[in-house]
Design a protein around this ligand. Structure first.
Ligand code: GLV
Ligand code: MN
Ligand code: MN
Length: 412
């Protein structure tokens, strides 16, 4: 099966009226992992998983003691996701390993196609969850205690039959990695606008995820006078608008409140409690500091003026992740060898490469997203670009195999 056919097969898993919902450790997401494992086994690769449900398919190299080159992305989606974000990089990695087989290419290093667990952070409040545990940026024991939006802990979801670890897949012990590559759809309009089919990522933006809980006082919508209210939703609305203003005025930064839970959520009940998510990004972490400062000042005002209490939890604080120059050059050579051109592009979207890029040389290839659309059902990439991206990835693996032993590990 080529990558287009595989993406169509994956599209069916978790499909609903408004897109695809494959939240981590749910039946649909587990089915995607099982499908990936069956494809990988059918192609003769060795499949393993780890304690947070990351899944690996290994093609051996010629040197038994060489560290593996990992090539991956994620199979989970946002609640109304498209068919390409993440799935393309996983299916594409497997197709690239098969291309190496078909062409009789031997690499020195083993190469592993990886499906990282829970990149989107749509169920548990941590993005790039699996890759961050693998990279040692988060503890497995801490992650196991995380509580999902449905009230289920990560540990319980992992132990469940319907959504948990795959049966009959051995656990992977190895942590050493030589280098990391990731193929992904761009999720923005730049490549399409420039008429290019390939991009090489320069750096991934700094990113923070927080959660605010506003506690007010619930009451009867008809009987509590306006002056005597502590309306949690009205206070949350002020905070959300201040966050938007802060991001606009700071510049070169984005701030999103994408999820809000209102309690008790009744038409004629004053809202007593509101929980909402914050997602902040910028190439420059100091801008995120400035936005967070303004948000916390707005909290002080809301608490003083509205009689509410606001608590903020911080789940994720990632610095910007520059991609490794030598790997970017290796990808550029691979793309030129295919007779293609490319653009250097930054990524405001988060990727598993921001976890691996903290510990080993890492780089990413983008293919265009039609209309720049992503995290929506309409997300699409032309078949020809999907196929070309896999060719570029396979050629890049060969280039990286030749140079990665000369690169030192990174930590930033
Ligand atoms: C993942 O798509 C992210 O950028 O949050
Ligand atoms: Mn993604
Ligand atoms: Mn995504």
């Amino acid at each position: 099966m080529n990558v287009v056919e595989r993406l169509e097969a994956l599209r069916a898993l978790g499909a609903h009226e408004h897109g695809i919902d494959r939240a981590l450790l749910t039946p649909a997401e587990r089915a995607a992992r099982a499908l990936f494992a069956s494809w990988a086994r059918a192609s003769g690769f060795t499949v393993t998983q780890d304690g947070v449900s990351n899944l690996f398919a290994r093609r051996n190299g010629s040197r038994a003691d060489a560290k593996p080159i990992l090539v991956g992305s994620h199979l989970d989606t946002v609640p109304t996701g498209g068919a390409y974000d993440g799935a393309y990089g996983v299916a594409g990695a497997l197709c690239a390993l098969e291309l190496l087989d078909a062409r009789g290419i031997t690499t020195v290093h083993p190469v592993e196609a990886v499906a990282w667990a829970g990149e989107e952070g749509s169920r548990f409040p941590l993005g790039a969850l699996g890759s961050s545990v693998f990279a040692g940026l988060n503890d497995e024991s801490t992650v196991r205690k995380l509580v999902g939006d449905d009230g289920v802990t990560f540990a319980d979801a992992l132990a469940s039959r319907e959504g948990g670890l795959l049966d009959g897949v051995p656990m992977r012990a190895q942590r050493d990695v030589a280098a990391y590559l990731e193929l992904h759809v761009e999720q923005g309009p730049v490549l399409e606008d420039r008429g290019l089919s390939l991009g090489i990522v320069t750096a991934i933006a700094a990113q923070r995820r927080l959660r605010a809980t506003v506690t007010g006082r619930s009451g009867h919508a008809g009987m509590v006078p306006m002056a005597m209210r502590a309306d949690a939703l009205a206070a949350a609305a002020e905070l959300v608008l201040e966050l938007e203003r802060a991001a606009r005025e700071t510049g070169d930064a984005v701030a999103t409140v994408g999820r809000m839970v209102v309690e008790p959520n009744g038409t004629n009940v004053v809202p007593g409690r509101v929980v909402f998510s914050l997602d902040l990004r910028s190439p420059d972490a100091e801008r995120l500091d400035a936005i967070e400062r303004r948000f916390r000042e707005a909290i002080e005002r809301a608490q003083a003026q509205r009689g509410v209490r606001v608590e903020v939890e911080s789940f994720e604080r990632r610095s910007a992740t520059p991609m490794t120059p030598e790997l970017r050059e290796a990808i550029a050579r691979a793309i030129r060898s295919l007779g293609q051109s490319y653009a250097d592009v930054p990524s405001g979207a988060g990727h598993d490469a921001m976890s691996l890029g903290k510990i080993v040389p890492a780089a990413m290839i983008f293919v265009p997203s039609i209309g720049g659309e992503s995290h929506v059902r309409e997300e699409r990439t032309a078949d020809a670009d999907l196929l070309l991206g896999v060719e570029a990835l396979a050629a890049s693996i060969v280039e990286v195999d030749a140079i990665c032993d000369s690169l030192s590990a990174v930590r930033h």
